[in-house]
Write a protein that binds this ligand. Sequence first.
Ligand code: ADP
Ligand code: ZN
Ligand code: ZN
Length: 797
Amino acid sequence: MIAQVIVDVAAKQTDRIFEYHIPQALDDVEVGSRVVVPFGRRKVQGFVVGLSEKSSFKGKLKDLLLVIDEMPPLTPELVELSKTLSDQIFAYRITLLQTMLPRVMRANYRKILTPIDEKVKNLPLFQGEPVDLNSVSDLDKIVLIKKLLKQNQAKIEYLVENKAKKKVEAQYNLTQKLAFYQEIVKKVPTNAKKQVALLNDIIENFDQYPKKSTDLKKLELSTSVLKTATQKGWLEKQEVETYRDPLKDFEPEKNARKITLNEDQQHALDKIAGSIKNKQAKTYLLEGITGSGKTEVYLHAIQETLNDGRNALMLVPEISLTPQMVRQVKQRFGSSVAVLHSALSEGERYDEWRRIRRGQARVVVGARSAIFAPLKNIGLVVIDEEHESSYKQEDTPRYHARNVALWRSKFHNCPLVLGSATPSLSSRARAQKGVYELLFLKHRANKKSLPEVEIVDLKKIQFAGGQFDLSVNLVEAIQEKIARHEQVILMLNRRGFAAFMLCRACGFVLKCPNCDISLTYHKDTKDMQCHYCGHKEPIPKRCPNCQSQEIRFLGTGTQKIQEELNELIPQAKILRMDVDTTRRKGSYKRILDSFGNHEADILLGTQMIAKGLDFPNVTLVGVINADTGLQMPDYNAAEKTFDLLTQVSGRAGRAQKTGHVMIQTYNPEHYAIELAKTQNYEAFYRKEMQVRHEGNYPPFFFTTLISVASKNEQTAAKFAFAVKRQLMAKLHAPTIILGPTPSSIAKIKNQYFYQILVKYKHEPNLNPILHQLQDKAQEVQKTGLNVYIDNEPERII
Ligand code: ADP
Ligand code: ZN
Ligand code: ZN
């Protein structure tokens, strides 16, 4: 038998499949197994993507060396998905396989294999004699390793997985009958107090054994007593794996009230449940304003899935993976829930992943990459806030979780539910055409009216204080709420203190040396920072260009607003939430918990605070500048602004008290802002579809963005123009080819970017050209040219 293997070699990423002969000893290898193979003069990690009887290769095949895991980490489904997806998004298959697995499984073969060889070398396998590995043939070596694996699976896995990825704990098993201990305790000298204590514990709590070492240590028993006890044969020591539970602090609510679905919810559920029962790969778009009870529909649908004997996968945007959403799912489904998101430690994530792989979890909740969870027998996939751009990975591999979800729903013949208050235009357009089925939730489930939204025209109002950031109207509204012991959320989508430094004498703006972008002034860390590459430098006292001292810091960030609020409303306690205050693990949760406990009056933050939060005491939401997003050179700008304003407005008035929203803007007449006032998605959809139609943008056209980057601007430009010529030769109207143009930020991290945008309706010639380009890209990479292909980019920079 032959194994087809994709090797995990970073330096030479390739989609070539290498064939290896499967020796007898490794005939338990499966599609999806992680293996070790000889590769050139090295031994490397690889993944088996196929098995066959015959080889197309003429020469002699080398042997597989080792099957690493007892259970193949990849399911056949994921192996197949990696193939399809790599074709669709022009990503290397190995990159996708890596993305599908926990980071701890990444190849680290140098570290991995040496200790194995070392171990094997000194292991008494043949009649107790240590084996000299140099003296045995490769096949014998494999047999040995296999034998060793069988004997000592836990230890070897521990080595192979590059240490400490599995957490083990010592456990002590009883070796004798109760009578033995009762007898022996009489014989132990009385001065061996600790031994007596241990024996007494065994006698009294005989049923509670085996006990973990941590529990025994609570009896104030030292390690040496346990050692003596094992030596004497009273106890047997064993290493057991412990599970790092990311939700160990979770305590279910005792008297959670049972919710009866309203008519709209029930209708939606019936539809979805029908598809679950009938194994229909159907996509539903569940549209309903915030608070209309979408989550409740998801939870009921998950219950239906479990009742049907199948499992459920639910994606939520990273940011709303606040404890709030996870808690709800955990409350309903208890220990069958596994969570996967970036706030977990590597170890926690690995443990959760293994629980899923072993079939111990039946409901998976996670962010983008959880779409690759090795969950089997899926009966339902849910994507909450389906319009969120975080579902698209902006780095290689550039996959969209929604597309992967569509594929998995087809694979498992199960429904996919996309939920949103403001669906992406493309999803909504598909629903309109009948490709998806639209399910509406018309009212707020808790019968609350929508908050009152007021647009504050910054061209016409008076500002409070000496700055031009906070209107008198907004400041007064905040004061009023605080006086009533209610809370306020304020959003400004820009972190730092000031957006840039300008010299009034010569007009110089301080820019990042690596990027074509101005440096942001950070007052708390007392430096100038680049938000693209992380470059930092001291705050200049004089203009670096003309030495003038006439320098000003313009443009406002969250730090500056905090300072202004401290001056204007000194009695207000403020919590700030942005990238700068949430770098450390757990800080996000700490800030939210603190605000939830009313330890502060104001929560000020970037778009981080716009979504998913549910604080009943918040009665005012203020948007400090609604225009930041609109200024982006991005066809999605209006959609994103409308969504952000709608979402953040939804944070106000979630309980009994009515909510107010104040949106400050210089563009009150812009349709995205005007329509956000009434949260009129329908009107926004119609207007925006017109705009997209006129501009030949999605969803009327598909788009592919080709970016070419190099340290040398000429090189980048030249290559980009060559690509354009090729495209022109093969593609025809109605396909549109735009560019190459320098990106709106022409230089990022010392690389100059040129972009070509292809817009097409149906273009069979495009895929082959792009695959050629992908091959070419690999070639030219050596010369410092980077080429990126992004299918359906979320953003065109
Ligand atoms: P969404 O996900 O659409 O924002 P949720 O599902 O979170 O909305 O529901 C908003 C609030 O309304 C929650 O507090 C939820 O418990 C409550 N709720 C949902 N459905 C019902 C219902 N049928 N009856 C009463 N309350 C409901
Ligand atoms: Zn100057
Ligand atoms: Zn930079």
